[in-house]
Design a protein around this ligand. Structure first.
Ligand code: LIP
Length: 284
């Protein structure tokens, strides 16, 4: 099992995640070009990257490397940087890039420090994290064993406040978030699962950012969330923030949250949602 940093180091990692995410968040909001264009595409014509994704990732890497040169970094837009400290940073400079391209205020900067082998599903876990939603000014953050909190945003006291998941106990009352990938055949499968689940839940929400969906579970503005096809940098920070707010965050069939499936919900409804998804998603 990966070595867990001590309390002082966890606090340092959390503060660095907050500072880096907040700085990059301010940059992507304040410096967004009026005529923002697609710089390149990745897995499909709709899987886009903008210059702001690339520049924000450089900003995050410089900030983290300056503070902790011995750490490894894995980001969405550039090559991995090795490290020897046992800590790896998983960074998504703009989670919800399509929303950012369309200027829909539902995108964020997601930064997490993890231990273990970040390239192996189930081989790593997040120990400190921050998610900055620059449109609302909210910064969600957590460290292992320290609870989850939000600072900034409408109605949030200056000192921030502690997050807690909803207490929903029946699947039929569960407001559930989900998302879809960039490949048509993947979307077809995901759409079929979502359609089959719809009669069993309160309703579905598709916000367009896995990190913000997991923070919504942490704050109770969603009761549950599930999605397949996520990359480690999409889910790492939200995984810890939701868990420290009281959620159960897993894969299917006792697996860890990973590309195969990520399911997050309060303890009152997680098992019910998991059982239904295991009926709908065949074992691979
Ligand atoms: C996005 C995820 C979202 C998913 C999108 C995409 P990106 O990440 O946050 O949940 O539905 O397909 O993967 O590409 O904006 O970093």
């Amino acid at each position: 099992m990966p070595v867990t940093p001590g309390t002082d180091e966890l606090t340092e990692l959390e503060q660095l995640a907050i500072d880096a995410a907040t700085e990059a968040g301010r940059f992507i909001l304040d410096e967004r070009p009026a005529q923002l264009r697609v710089a390149e595409t990745k897995s499909s014509a709709t899987d886009v990257v903008t210059v702001m994704d690339q520049q924000a990732e450089q900003m995050l890497r410089q900030r983290i490397t300056a503070a902790r040169p011995q750490d490894a970094i894995v980001g969405e837009e550039a090559a991995a940087k090795d490290g020897e400290s046992g800590v790896t940073w998983l960074i998504d400079p703009i989670d919800g890039t399509v929303n950012y391209l369309y200027d829909i205020p539902a995108y964020c900067v997601s930064v997490a420090a993890v231990t273990g082998d970040a390239s192996t599903p189930g081989g790593w876990r997040p120990v400190a994290a921050a998610v900055c939603n620059p449109s609302t000014g909210e910064v969600f953050h957590a460290r292992l064993g320290g609870g989850a909190h939000v600072a900034g945003g409408r109605g949030v006291p200056v000192q921030g406040h502690r997050l807690a998941v909803s207490g929903v106990t029946t699947l039929g009352q569960t407001l559930t978030g989900t998302g879809f990938g960039y490949l048509p055949e993947v979307r077809r499968r995901q759409g079929a699962v979502a359609a089959a689940l719809l009669p069993d839940i309160r309703d579905l929400r598709r916000a367009g950012s896995a990190a913000l969906d997991l923070c919504a579970v942490a704050s109770g503005s969603l009761d549950a969330y599930f999605e397949s096809g996520l990359n480690p940098w999409d889910l790492a920070a939200g995984w810890l923030i939701a868990t420290e707010a009281g959620a159960l965050v897993t894969g299917l069939r006792s697996a860890a949250p990973a590309a195969a499936m990520t399911v997050a919900a309060g303890p009152g409804v997680h098992a019910q949602l998991l059982k239904r998804l295991e009926e709908l998603v065949p074992a691979s």
